[in-house]
Design a protein around this ligand. Structure first.
Ligand SMILES: [Zn+2]
Length: 217
């Protein structure tokens, strides 16, 4: 067994690679019955861990898949219950989106999420308050794969991912709804993971201080 898998959950303090070489992979908008299993397979083949920011209602529709993500040792984050744009809701509804998203993860896995990522990166005070009250730290990202829309072709995704530096939180998407392009991401992901290994960069689970990160790309 690999070091990651062997120590995850047993000796949490020792499971993480040295800080100076860590990168933090994250996947948003899932779980997706078509794409999340593909990504889990690729992560397992590369023997690395990531953080999945789940949409609560999609999680409730795929309980076995959520448990598979957790059982593999990946971390689960809260990406709200329905992925509504944070600015389109009254405050009580916005708070409920955060609460219900976290509850879905907790109910399915028995573990409360420790990180919150708002849809569309829209920071709204009432939602951040609700996340903090639930014990979740804000987790944004440093580098986006932009694996969506017209710029989300595998070759350009690969080029963006190649710019990953030590300490970066990397945003990717396993959820295939809307304009996301997980098929393109899945094409680029094996090369990216192999490249990280060659460069001595080691994927790790998000640190508590995730909120210090501000997007670079
Ligand atoms: Zn999202």
């Amino acid at each position: 067994m690999s070091r990651n898998r062997e120590t995850a959950g047993l000796l949490p303090g020792l499971a993480q690679p040295p800080e100076a070489r860590r990168v933090y992979l994250s996947f948003d908008d899932g779980p997706d019955p078509r794409w999340t299993p593909r990504i889990l397979d690729l992560l397992a083949q590369a023997d690395v861990l990531a953080t999945f920011f789940l949409v609560g209602r999609r999680a409730l529709a795929q309980p076995a898949l959520v448990r598979r993500i957790a059982a593999a040792g990946h971390a689960l984050g809260n990406h709200t219950f329905s992925h509504r744009h944070p600015w389109t809701m009254a405050a009580p509804t916005a708070r409920k989106e955060v609460r219900d998203g976290a509850a879905a993860v907790a109910d399915l896995t028995g573990v409360a999420p420790r990180f919150f990522r708002p849809p569309h990166r829209r920071l709204r005070r009432c939602m951040l308050e609700e996340a903090m009250r639930g014990g979740q730290a804000l987790a944004l990202w440093d580098l986006s794969a932009v694996d969506w829309g017209p710029l989300g072709a595998a070759r350009t995704i690969a080029r963006r991912l190649a710019a990953t530096q030590a300490g970066d939180i990397v945003l990717m998407h396993d959820g295939g709804q809307g304009i996301n392009r997980p098929a393109e991401l899945v094409e680029a992901l094996p090369g990216f993971l192999a490249d990280l290994g060659r460069r001595g960069l080691m994927p790790a689970l998000l640190p508590e201080a995730a909120e210090r990160h501000a997007p670079r790309a």
